[in-house]
Write a protein that binds this ligand. Structure first.
Ligand code: SF4
Ligand code: SF4
Length: 541
């Protein structure tokens, strides 16, 4: 056998330091925040061969000719959900060693040489014959509409996806209701096919691209400006393949996940939500939407907009969230394994004492429901929002203007607004999140912060907005007493010195913690290094 696709990753394979952070890490070296054993598959199966370090060792041995590909090997190859939690944790190279892409490259090599799992052949054939991996009749793809009319032309296309079309129809129905309620001008593709995600994840890359080609032609024939989808897998496929391919050709089509669009519509006051009954909700980040798509905050902002609910975080969340166990072909190849991983995630939701687990992917919903054993209700965020739509639409809001008599945490954005020099070294569009926590304990447990806002470097200074940024470079966390001291600083110099002291010598009441969402090298290139040196948290070269 030859491995042309995997060989493209030889450099990365060589860079693995065998440190084991990708599986065993419980803390991030750049923060005191716990992340807790990133590889959900290794956590369940218990052996190193299933985590990134183990996979890298196996792949190297394969390239050296010490291992042969047989049926057992294929079973191992399809146990990785390609969730990318290992990549997020790995510090060997900026952005982390890309084990999920190596796994997919190897899948492509074995498939191209005729080695495959029988179940995958039926998925492949169903996707080609009926344009969905479930093998359901193509003619029934729109059956969730129950005969309802949809305009033929519109500026927004709702790309439904196979799981909402055939297995989770209430996700598709809810999305249509939400878009209608917000008066969004939308249509569906005349002849929607599978987005190709399943084929791509299983290693049938060429076929996956062919399937996409059909959808691309359909999209282009509509002249739409925006494509929105309620499936995290479709979102990633369109973002990864369509946008990269088409932007080069001059396409302006915007690809949005439904939570991004609803977040914008809610912010403009075009849709509002009110809980039918009180709920303590926790949110599961789908890997395709979170780590692969960089969308963490719009679903949370939407949940927080529902009057009468409390949003609580699970032990692992956002970029370190454990996978639900279904992705990367694991659910179809090894449903027992997918179920065991889902049970672990359900355990985290129960540990957070939530009574409703929301996600933003119909496939995660299916797997988490299967693993829930009825211990907690699981729903897709669009289902919950559709049933919580309120007749009264809210006023548009958001730029922060803290006023006289505000609490100390509300004073913070006002102070920063009057001291833009703190951010002067940063490149345009740099983004920082600021959050205040009552105590270290409350931060550590992932409880709701007292306030959250983000700062964006603009052409003329800075812009401050409520809520977390979708793709912040750095997330900074403070205690109220820390802020009290910081906002008393007369200038940047004093602010930087105090900042460094609270970070380097934290006390119980005065501390700062931060999470770097980009590599240190990248952050330094973006201009963060100067302030960090002034603060004494980065040594002079
Ligand atoms: S993949 Fe990265 S985190 Fe994992 S062992 Fe190798 S260097 Fe360490
Ligand atoms: S992609 Fe996910 S399942 Fe695969 S090795 Fe990395 S952490 Fe484990």
């Amino acid at each position: 056998m030859t491995y042309p696709s995997l060989r493209e990753y030889v450099n990365q394979l060589e860079k693995c330091a065998k440190c084991g952070d990708c599986a065993y890490s419980v803390k991030l070296t750049t923060s005191r925040k716990p992340i807790s054993l990133p590889c959900a598959i290794r956590n369940v199966l218990g052996f190193e061969a299933y985590d990134a370090r183990g996979r890298i060792i196996v792949m190297k041995k394969l390239l050296e000719g010490e291992i042969n590909v047989d049926r057992k090997f294929l079973d191992w190859l399809y146990t990785c959900t390609t969730c990318a939690n290992c990549k997020e944790t790995c510090l060997a190279v900026p952005g982390g060693l890309d084990t999920p892409s190596m796994v997919e490259a190897l899948r492509k090599d074995v498939v191209n040489q005729g080695l495959t799992i029988e179940k995958h052949l039926s998925i492949r054939d169903a996707t080609i014959d009926e344009h969905n991996p479930y093998g359901e009749p193509h003619s029934e793809r729109r059956s969730f509409l129950k005969g309802e009319e949809i305009p033929k032309q519109a500026k927004t296309i709702y790309f439904v996806g196979c799981t909402p079309s055939y297995r989770q129809q209430s996700v598709a129905e809810s999305t249509v209701r939400l878009l209608r309620n917000a008066d969004e001008d939308f249509t569906l593709l005349k002849d929607e096919w599978c987005c190709g995600s399943v084929l791509l994840r299983l290693g049938y890359e060429d076929l996956g691209r062919e399937v996409m080609k059909h959808n691309i032609d359909e999209i282009e024939s509509t002249g739409a400006e925006t494509l929105v989808t309620s499936c995290a897998g479709c979102y990633r496929t369109f973002k990864d393949i369509y946008q990269k391919m088409k932007v080069e050709e001059g396409s302006n089509l915007k690809v949005l996940h439904i939570t991004e669009l609803l977040d914008q519509l809610a912010e403009k006051g075009r849709i509002g939500f009110s809980a039918k009954k009180q709920a303590r909700i926790t949110y599961h980040d789908p890997c395709h939407l979170g780590r692969h798509g960089g969308i963490y905050e719009s679903p949370r902002r939407l949940i927080e907009k529902v009057k009468g609910v409390e949003l609580v975080e699970m032990k692992t969340n956002r970029s370190y969230a454990h996978c639900c166990g279904a992705g990367g072909g694991v659910k179809s190849t090894n449903p027992d394994l997918a179920n065991k991983v889902a049970k672990e995630r359900i355990g985290e939701a129960l540990e957070a004492k939530s009574n409703l687990l929301l996600t933003a992917c119909p496939f995660c919903k299916t797997n988490l429901t299967d693993g829930s054993s009825g211990l907690i209700k699981v729903a897709d965020i669009v289902e919950y929002l559709a049933e919580s739509m309120s007749a009264v639409k809210p006023e548009a809001e958001t730029v922060v203007r803290a006023g006289v008599g505000a609490t100390i945490e509300d004073e913070f954005p006002r102070y920063l607004e009057s001291h833009p020099e703190i951010f002067v070294d940063l490149v345009m569009d740099s983004m920082l999140d600021f959050a205040t926590f009552n105590s270290w304990n409350s931060f550590d447990k992932g409880e709701k912060p007292l306030n959250v806002f983000n700062v964006r470097r603009t052409q003329n200074g800075i812009e401050i907005r409520t809520g977390r940024a979708e793709r912040a470079d750095v997330a900074l966390n403070f205690s109220p007493d820390t802020i009290k001291d910081l906002v008393a600083s007369g200038d940047r110099d004093e602010y930087a010195k105090k900042f460094g002291r609270f970070y380097n010598e934290p006390t119980e009441t005065k501390w700062i913690d931060f999470i770097l969402n980009k590599s240190t090298k990248t952050l330094i290139r973006m201009g963060y290094g100067k302030f960090a040196r002034e603060a004494g948290i980065l040594e002079e070269e």
